[in-house]
Design a protein around this ligand. Sequence first.
Ligand code: UD1
Ligand code: UDP
Length: 369
Amino acid sequence: MPASGGKIAIILGTRPEIIKMSPIIRACKKRGLNYFILHTGQHYSYEMDKKFFEDLEIRKPKYNLNVGGHEYRKQVGLMIREIMGILAKEGPEVVLVQGDTNSVLAGALAANKLGIKIGHHEAGLRSHDLTMLEETNRIITDHISDFLFAPTADAFKNLKDEGIADDKASLTGNTVVDAVFQNLELANKKSDILKKLNLEGKDYILATAHRAENVDIEERLKGILEGLALVANDFNLPIIYPIHPRTLNNIKKFGFKIPPGVRAISPLGYLDFLRLESKANLIITDSGGLQEEACILKIPCVTIRDNTERPETIKAGVNILAGVEPNKIWQSAKKIIKSRKKWINPFGDGRAAERIVGALASSGKNKDY
Ligand code: UD1
Ligand code: UDP
């Protein structure tokens, strides 16, 4: 394993992967490990990509495949072909991927084909909804990985239940906690987003929605926008909505208008966004990362989806599944705001990256979480 000086290929491609890989990249640097970053370019707009390398002070990727914006077949096909070429040339000992995107699937399949070991951070998450592309990506990646880093006990159990060998999986926590802990103070110091938006803190609701199964479907996107309008009106608070490019494209395509009470803004960098999240009254989202961060930052959360691969947040009583029916979104917002909160953070203690990098450096045998 890399302890013997072996090279680590860190493959990433989207906004959440850059954020959640950043503590791992820091840990590799701190240990003086031999690593390089391969960016698929799945996300490519400045505010979805480079802004995060700047905010998180991560070294520029050694490779960028620039395959963003293509349709699925072409994107995944190109990624696999290009990643295989680079891995064959670089000869890393292990490839590390994080999460459930197309970039993760392509990275894992490319490594598997070349007989290179695979580490998967955020292993074991399951929505049990096979209509989600991400669910297929997770299952395939987990079953061909050699080092499975489960962020929570639930995720670890899912791996056991699927018969993944004991010595492959370890419980590490999620690096989302590391990223929040490493950047929140900095965000509080450096970000002037509240001032820019003329907000004080706790006087707004934060919303995001980008999942294909929501925003690509006209009726569902309509339901979300109407639900946001109902909440804004009833709570008498503005909803700040940094719009993902996929959603913006669809709002234009369907000819929708942003409803009154909702302030649509461009996607934000991590420091501004973290600051905005930490001072929100409520979060309404279909994002995986936001469900986790809401839990860590102690902000009540309404998840506008029919299921979640983060059931820990629901069990903790700080997140509620609302679907996309407007009235249900509104009622769920009222319910979660009133509910008694235990504020358990099931995602770890902020040292997940150290465990993951430590485990890679000692053949994945680190299980002392
Ligand atoms: C992807 C992931 C999703 C993850 C999300 C994080 C898959 C299948 N989906 O979804 O799991 O939650 O990233 O945000 O891997 N676009 C731009 N600029 C960008 C990026 C995207 O304009 O920087 C537009 C393009 O029109 C693109 C569309 O958004 O075609 C969708 O992007 P894509 O990466 O395919 O999917 P996401 O919705 O971002
Ligand atoms: N995020 C951000 N700016 C934004 C919206 C989100 O920095 O305008 C961060 C957020 O803090 C979280 C991550 O992006 O860490 C979540 O990414 P996204 O919702 O795109 O993907 P998911 O987590 O659903 O895969």
